[in-house]
Ligand binder design. Structure first.
Ligand code: FAD
Ligand code: SF4
Ligand code: SF4
Length: 482
């Protein structure tokens, strides 16, 4: 039933129901249920239709949120879907995993005192309805343009670019070193946040539209960047960041101290039915073990919640600052606590203890000192506070840096920043190699899915412009304009 807008005063914020913690730790299924139609229209109608919608300003895709909320409230779901999918290649994915509290919802003007509109959940509801109703279509072009694009990396940046380029009429080839497309959507983010069928539904749709996938194809092994540049009229580097940060502490070489991405990748593979030796042997299985996860970001949250689901005996998360200062989403911390994770705030590892296998983490207590240049309080060690925390498996979730792409791709001329991210001209999104573009985490550093989608879309637009100009023999003009 169509609803009048501006209902935030009379209607409270409601989220779709969340499965009970005891039930959800038994499996890897998503924890939130779907909105019913009545609840979705009612919640969408809470929007006050701001003249300057701060929700939209703070959405990296500048989604036209007030309009699709109004259409949902009026029961015009197909139009709402048309509008939301016009700016986002993966609305049902962003609706599930964007940290909305830091983006659209955190900037909703009615948040203060009334609780924000549940934007992400409505976005997911609109697109799930579109899938059920058959409104989501493969990217089929009106005409073939006769030029081809090679995309290195099938994560959200590469896939968003692939969809846009295919729709425009290019032949699109996506190369990925993994056996499945999706990047961190498949092998990083666990199913309890994003079920794999949701990602595969998207990758299959692109294949239906004619995007060609080359799995188990690692650029740098067998083919160089120059090889791909020769094969295609333009190339996009969208390889993400996978060089894991480490702690250089005594005992760092002990068995059973592992990197978060290795642990999560194996867990995701096992969840999809693969047989993985490191899991079969128990090395990367938390079952029956005391687990210590080091770090306070979203990757750490994914590790602790995965360990709980694998049947760990205990799961502790060590973070050197406090709850208020952690980088991870508070929603995820709350979910983890409900599921039985213990957060050990203001605590940092000092050494890993054990003979061959790790048996404990020696940790020290911290206090927060004065703010540094970035405004964050610097943690300081409290002398004499060292203590041991029992651990059978230590998972390090300390963040990621870019790999050395120029060496890996045998392209020493490729320009990178001092942090190793691939440098682009921000207007053309082209690297210093003609016809080679870059997008996503490999340009930005570790970021978010929604930013990767934004970058992939922007890169597609710039590649289209570059190739159009090439087609019409205007290459020289392009260079002058840039
Ligand atoms: P990726 O998703 O990393 O994809 C890059 C692809 O390139 C990969 O498939 C890789 O195999 C491929 N590749 C790399 N090198 C080569 C090569 N040489 N040859 C061929 N292929 C190659 N963001 C959110 O918004 N919400 C979340 O809840 C969230 N949770 C996260 C949880 C974890 C554990 C991690 C690690 C990240 C999370 N993120 C989250 C961040 C988000 O996943 C990334 O910002 C996003 O996936 C980046 O997209 P991308 O396309 O740039 O790179
Ligand atoms: Fe909010 Fe993300 Fe959707 Fe933008 S894409 S409206 S930030 S949930
Ligand atoms: Fe609606 Fe909130 Fe966006 Fe305003 S800021 S348009 S109330 S969702």
């Amino acid at each position: 039933m169509a609803q009048k807008m501006l209902k935030f005063i009379s209607v409270d914020k409601k989220m779709p129901s969340k499965r009970e913690a005891e039930a959800r730790v038994e499996d890897f299924d998503e924890i939130y249920q779907e909105f019913s139609q009545d609840l979705a229209t009612e919640q969408a109608a809470r929007c006050s239709q701001c003249g300057i919608p701060f929700c939209q300003v703070h959405c990296p895709l500048s989604n036209n949120i007030p309009d699709w909320l109004r259409m949902t409230a009026e029961g015009r779901l197909e139009e709402a879907y048309e509008l939301s999918s016009a700016t986002n290649n993966m609305p049902e994915i962003c609706g599930r995993i964007c940290p909305q509290d830091r983006l659209c919802e955190g900037n909703c003007v009615i948040e203060k005192g009334f609780d924000s509109v549940t934007i992400g959940t409505v976005e997911k509801y609109i697109t799930e309805t579109a899938w059920k109703e058959g409104w989501v279509k493969p990217p089929t072009p009106a005409a073939e343009l006769g030029q081809s694009v090679g995309i290195i990396g099938g994560g959200p940046a590469g896939l968003a670019a692939a969809e846009e380029m295919r729709r425009a009429g290019y032949e699109v080839h996506v190369y990925d070193r993994y056996d499945r497309m999706g990047g961190l959507l498949i092998y990083g983010i666990p199913s309890f946040k994003l079920e794999k069928e949701v990602v595969e539904r998207r990758t299959n749709l692109l294949a239906e539209g004619g995007v060609v996938y080359h799995t188990n194809f690692e650029v740098g092994k067998g083919a160089t960047l120059a090889d791909l540049r020769e094969r295609h009229d333009a190339v996009l580097i969208a390889t993400g960041v996978y060089n894991t940060r480490d702690v250089q502490l005594p005992g760092a070489g002990l068995n059973n101290t592992v990197q978060a991405i290795d642990y999560l990748t194996v867990s995701n593979k096992v969840g999809m039915g693969d047989t993985i030796a490191e899991f079969q042997s128990g090395d990367l299985d938390a079952k029956g073990k005391n687990i210590v996860v080091i770090g306070g970001g979203d990757t750490a949250m994914d590790c602790v919640r995965t360990a709980i689901r694998q049947g760990a005996k205990s799961v502790k998360c060590l973070y050197r600052r406090d709850r208020a200062n952690m980088p991870g989403s508070l929603r995820e911390v709350n979910n983890a606590e409900e599921e039985g994770v213990e957060f050990v705030w203001l605590t940092a590892p000092e050494a890993f203890i054990g003979d061959e296998d790790v048996t404990a983490v020696r940790a020290v207590k911290m206090r927060l000192g004065s703010p540094d240049a970035s405004g964050r309080q610097t943690p300081k060690v409290i002398e004499g506070s060292a203590h041991n925390i029992k651990a059978d498996l230590v998972i390090k979730a300390l963040g990621f840096d870019p790999d050395d792409i120029p060496s890996l791709f045998d392209a020493p001329e490729l320009g990178v920043s001092r942090w190793g991210t691939v440098q682009i001209d921000h207007r053309s999104m082209m690297t210093n190699i003609d016809g080679v573009f870059a997008a996503g985490d490999i340009v930005r550093g570790a970021a978010l899915v929604v930013w990767a989608v934004r970058d992939g879309r922007d890169a597609a637009q710039r590649m289209d412009r570059y190739l159009t100009q090439k087609r019409s023999g205007m290459e020289r003009q392009f260079q002058a304009a840039e």
